[in-house]
Design a protein around this ligand. Structure first.
Ligand code: MG
Length: 466
């Protein structure tokens, strides 16, 4: 594979020189009219990336085994430039690969027309992953071709680094749990989130009812964990909470009210009764969330399993049913759609926090997007305890999560390339971007042409049209 970064930079030089020529065009014409043309050889232009002739030629994948598997895709072009993308963690690479015949032969720089044509194949939970992976890869390609970072393709930077919060494993012992947060704080984190599963107190007498929901006594016990963590990290730093269990609207209100005195940054995904599909956590019940939000001062967040503004987030935002939206860009539509969602939320006074649990490829795509958001609180990282996570890629400065922040790249595209040797050490199954001929033909389609078409012509004669 040719060095696409070099190709991108060459293209940038080409574009800047082209812009200069355009600006001086009339002056050049006047000068040429007055003086004989100089016999100069034509400059050797690098046309490795000629945007008007760029076409998608292939899509392949590699599946990385991790805490949650990372399905990475690569979209290739006829000019050596390629783009990387990532399907949602614990998702299937097939959700992207079935889109391959819809992409082959198209200009990858037509980002919005392509995404528009793929939109009906995207859905909530892991089914948003294919669309999202394609979005990332297209922005990677476009950034490389034009020599600009992906964030520049969708807006301007509001910040040069993204504040990160990370998952921290629970402990039954509040003191042990608090100590784990002390370590996070010592590592430089300034934003925290705790899992507060009702199961933490399930063994204590009278703490949990037969539906697995905390009683008032159980809520007192759960608060002991928040108290311990607050005492460890301080009361003046943001602390979110998640994974409460299978709560109804009324249970969620009881929990959220019990937590009010701890000034949580947010309570996440509280309503788990009435989700979409078996085992899912994609709420469509904005009315339930509105009831919850209006019944408590604890800020309410959800959205990690929702795709799209119109499909997932708009009702929540229009009805002010949340304090904070919490999209996972690997489900919600990646760079362009999540920017759209967050801007719409911002317009309605609702802030955005970002859920994320994938590889450094998807992570950096989220970082580019998050840099452009006006009202961005924090972004999750689920891999700060995985020692080889950052080794999977080259490009970003290491460690990628440094003192609780990730620096926004200014290099072309996503600014991240796979470290082939490191990736090959962690392949779950299959090869490293093996050919995918099984996806050459349409598997999913919006409209399948039939024919031949027997019908009557103007004279009433039966004819057959192919
Ligand atoms: Mg969650």
């Amino acid at each position: 594979m040719r060095d696409t970064r070099q190709a991108g930079l060459s293209r940038r030089r080409l574009l800047s020189s082209a812009a200069g020529v355009a600006a001086l065009g009339s002056a050049f014409q006047r000068a040429q009219a007055a003086e004989p043309a100089q016999a100069k050889p034509a400059p050797r232009l690098n046309r490795n990336s000629a945007p008007s002739k760029l076409r998608i030629t292939d899509m392949r994948s590699v599946l990385i085994a991790s805490n949650y598997d990372y399905p990475i895709i690569r979209i290739d072009t006829n000019q050596g430039v390629y783009g990387l993308g990532e399907v949602r963690d614990a998702g299937r690479e097939g959700t992207a690969l079935v889109l391959k015949p819809h992409l082959i032969g198209r200009d990858p720089l037509s980002i919005e027309p392509i995404l528009d044509s793929l939109r009906n194949f995207a859905n909530h939970q892991r089914m948003g992953g294919g669309y999202s992976a394609v979005d990332m890869a297209l922005h990677d390609i476009a950034g490389k071709v034009y020599g600009v970072p992906a964030w520049r393709l969708i807006g301007s930077k509001y910040r040069d680094r993204i504040r990160i919060y990370c998952d921290t494993d629970e402990s039954q012992d509040p003191r042990v749990y608090a100590e784990r947060f002390n370590k996070r704080k010592a590592a430089g984190f300034t934003f925290f989130k705790m899992d507060l599963g009702t199961r933490l107190v399930a063994n204590r007498p009278g703490a949990v009812n037969d539906l697995g929901v905390a009683t008032e006594k159980g809520l007192e016990y759960l608060c002991e964990y928040i108290q311990a963590v607050r005492d460890a990290i301080g009361w003046n730093v943001p602390l979110g909470a998640d994974h409460f269990g299978r709560l109804t609207v009324n249970d969620s209100i009881r929990y959220a009210r019990a937590f009010e005195k701890y000034n949580l940054a947010w309570a996440e995904d509280m309503i788990q009764v009435g989700h979409l599909g078996p085992g899912g956590d994609a709420p469509k019940d904005w009315r339930g969330y509105k009831e919850l939000k209006e019944a408590t001062t604890t800020p309410i967040a959800t959205g990690e399993s929702l795709f799209g503004l119109e499909e997932g987030f708009k009702d929540f935002i229009d009805n002010r049913a949340l304090d904070i939206i919490h999209p996972d860009p690997l489900t919600s539509g990646a760079i362009r759609e999540t920017k759209r969602i967050a801007d719409y939320a911002s317009m309605h006074g609702i802030q955005t926090a970002i859920h994320f649990a994938g590889s450094p490829v998807g992570c950096m795509a989220c970082v580019h997007m998050a840099a452009t958001l006006k009202d961005m609180l924090s972004m999750e990282n689920h891999a700060v305890d995985i020692p080889w996570w950052g080794d999977l890629v080259t490009g970003p400065s290491k460690p990628i999560v440094n003192q609780g922040y990730i620096t926004v790249p200014d290099t072309p595209g996503l600014g991240v390339e796979l470290n082939e040797a490191a990736v090959k050490e962690h392949i779950r199954k299959g090869g490293y971007f093996e050919p995918t001929p099984q996806y050459d033909d349409y598997i999913l389609d919006r409209f399948r042409r039939g024919g031949p078409y027997p019908h009557l012509d103007e004279t009433g004669k039966l004819v057959v049209r192919d």
